[in-house]
Design a protein around this ligand. Structure first.
Ligand code: NAD
Length: 285
């Protein structure tokens, strides 16, 4: 079905480009783009996401290293590793897999990542650039960037549209709201304390749902011909489910991202692109 976003296909297209860029950088500068990831704890989905990111690096020729810590690791140990990775010339991008165990302060860790290597766009400097509409100066988070990429790939105009974002996390909700606003959409942000969610979602031309509440959005909450991005991932017995009741909403939507196979693969591809961008910046600045 044309109206179902093929995230895997979009990701493959990006990977092809990344492969060529890796080769170009190696030939021109004699270096290989390098990504380091940090994983704390045993959360099975986080372990899988890290694996998928490293496989994508392998496919495209990006050198990647994963640093795995036990659940009870102290913040000091992570900050120390960040310092070490940040001082290395062969590591151009660093990603800390969120969510972190509760005793770790995600905000402090975000703050500690060198903005030049912050390929997931979480450092406040990068977030600030996003806020003032200067996205290209730094990095924006990969999932929202993937959504904007998909909108472009399917030729969906953003300007003047009513975009409704459900979820206001630092990782997805806030940055996608800002990115849509930067492109002149009229943006409404909803969250767990929003009264009468349907009142907002049913007027959305572009609806982005990122809550982790399985099946939160039904057909009665979606406007006819809306573009719907389902970011949510809920694991049940080894299967993943989105926030949108796909079968119900698909007839109403003009374009919709499935779970799995929608936003997820594009997010990983964006991380590769960001690692290339970080490498290029490291040699040209
Ligand atoms: P989060 O878990 O930090 O926060 C959840 C958000 O949803 C909050 O803003 C909360 O207010 C809102 N919310 C919760 N229940 C709600 C309800 N009943 N009605 C309206 N709003 C509600 O958010 P996150 O880290 O952005 O993750 C959201 C989901 O997206 C999770 O399932 C996560 O696994 C998934 N995710 C997917 C990708 C991807 O690449 N596909 C990337 C990041 C996150």
């Amino acid at each position: 079905m044309d109206k179902v976003i093929d995230g895997k296909k979009i990701a493959e297209g990006i990977e092809e480009k990344v492969k060529q860029e890796v080769r170009g950088i190696e030939e021109r500068y004699g270096i290989t783009p390098g990504l380091a990831t940090i994983l704390v704890g045993e959360d099975p989905p986080s372990k899988l996401y890290i694996k998928l990111k490293h496989w994508a690096c392998q496919r495209t020729g990006i050198k990647s290293e994963n640093y795995k810590f036990p659940e009870e690791t102290s913040e000091g140990e992570i900050l120390e590793l960040l310092d070490e990775l940040q001082s290395r010339n062969d590591i151009h991008g660093i990603l800390v897999q969120f969510p972190l165990p509760k005793h770790l302060d995600e905000k402090r860790i975000m703050q500690h990542i060198n903005p030049k290597k912050d390929v997931d766009g979480f450092n406040p400097l990068n977030f600030g650039n996003l806020l003032i509409g200067n996205e290209s100066a730094g990095f924006v988070p990969c999932t929202p960037q993937g959504i904007i990429h998909a909108l472009g790939a399917y030729n969906i105009a953003i300007q003047g549209k009513h975009a409704v974002v459900v979820g206001h996390s630092n990782i997805v909700g806030k940055p996608i709201a800002l990115m849509l606003l930067n492109r002149n959409a009229t943006v409404t942000v909803c969250h767990v304390y929003t009264h009468d969610l349907k009142r907002y979602t049913s007027s959305a031309d572009i609806l982005v749902v990122a809550t982790g509440v399985r099946g939160l959005i039904g057909a009665d909450m979606v406007k006819q011909d809306a573009v719907v991005f389902d970011v949510g991932i809920t694991w049940v017995d080894g299967h993943v489910y989105g926030d949108v009741r796909f079968e119900e909403v698909v007839p109403k939507a003009s374009l919709i991202s499935p779970v799995p196979g929608g936003v997820g693969p594009i997010t990983v591809a964006m991380l590769l692109e960001h690692t290339i961008k970080a490498t290029q910046k490291s040699v040209t600045h």
